[in-house]
Design a protein around this ligand. Structure first.
Ligand code: S3P
Length: 170
C-alpha cells in the first residue's frame, strides 16, 4: 500500500492551503493534481475547460492518477474537486476527505481576500446555484470513497493538519 495522503473534497474547502501547511509541518512533498495537469497541458484549468471541454479535463485527471500510481509515494497529494472519480483513487494512498457544509465553503470563498480570483479560476463555481447542486450530488460519494473524514468547519489549520496526521498514522 502506498504511503501517500490523497486529499479530496469540494472546491474551495481548503485542500491547497491544508496541503501546504501539512507538507511544511511534517516535512514531506506536496503535489497538486490541478497544478500537474496545468503544467503538462501548459494551460490553465479554466482554459482547458473552455477550449477542450470537461471530458478532456477528466481524461487528464485519469492520466494524472495513473502517473501517481506508477511514480509517486510518501507524498501529500491535493486533488481537484472531481478527482475522486478516477478509477484507481484508492490505490494511490490513504484517501482523506476535507468535509464542510456548502454554506461554509461558499462563505469561505466569497469572504477570502482574493475571492474574485478564487471564484474565477473555478469554472464549475461560476454559478452558485449550479455549484450547490454539484455539492449535493457529490456529498455522499466523497464520504463513501474516503478512508478518513475530517470536518474542517471552524477549526484552525493547526488542528486540521494535526488531526490528519494522527488519523493517517493510527
Ligand atoms: C473541479 C475542481 C477544481 C478543478 C476543476 C474541476 C471539480 O479544483 O479541478 O475546476 O470538478 O470540482 P479545486 O477543487 O481545487 O477547486
Amino acid at each position: 500500500m502506498k504511503k501517500n495522503i490523497i486529499l479530496i473534497g469540494f472546491m474551495g474547502v481548503g485542500k491547497g492551503t491544508t496541503a501546504r501547511a501539512y507538507a511544511q509541518k511534517y516535512n514531506c512533498f506536496n503535489i497538486d493534481t490541478d497544478d500537474l495537469i496545468e503544467s503538462k497541458e501548459n494551460q490553465k484549468i479554466k482554459e482547458i475547460f473552455e477550449e477542450k471541454g470537461e471530458k478532456y479535463f477528466r481524461d487528464c485527471e485519469q492520466s494524472c492518477a495513473d502517473w501517481i500510481e506508477l511514480s509517486v509515494d510518501n507524498s501529500f497529494v491535493s486533488c481537484g474537486g472531481g478527482f475522486y472519480t478516477v478509477s484507481n483513487l484508492t490505490k494511490l494512498g490513504t484517501v482523506v476527505l476535507l468535509d464542510a457544509s456548502y454554506e461554509w465553503i461558499f462563505n469561505r470563498l466569497s469572504t477570502a481576500e482574493n475571492s474574485k480570483a478564487k471564484l474565477k479560476k473555478r469554472p464549475l463555481f461560476s454559478e452558485p446555484k449550479k455549484a450547490k447542486k454539484l455539492y449535493k450530488e457529490r456529498e455522499r460519494a466523497y464520504k463513501k470513497i474516503a478512508n478518513i473524514v475530517i470536518d474542517v468547519e471552524n477549526k484552525s489549520m493547526k488542528s486540521i493538519i494535526k488531526e490528519i496526521h494522527k488519523k493517517v498514522k493510527a
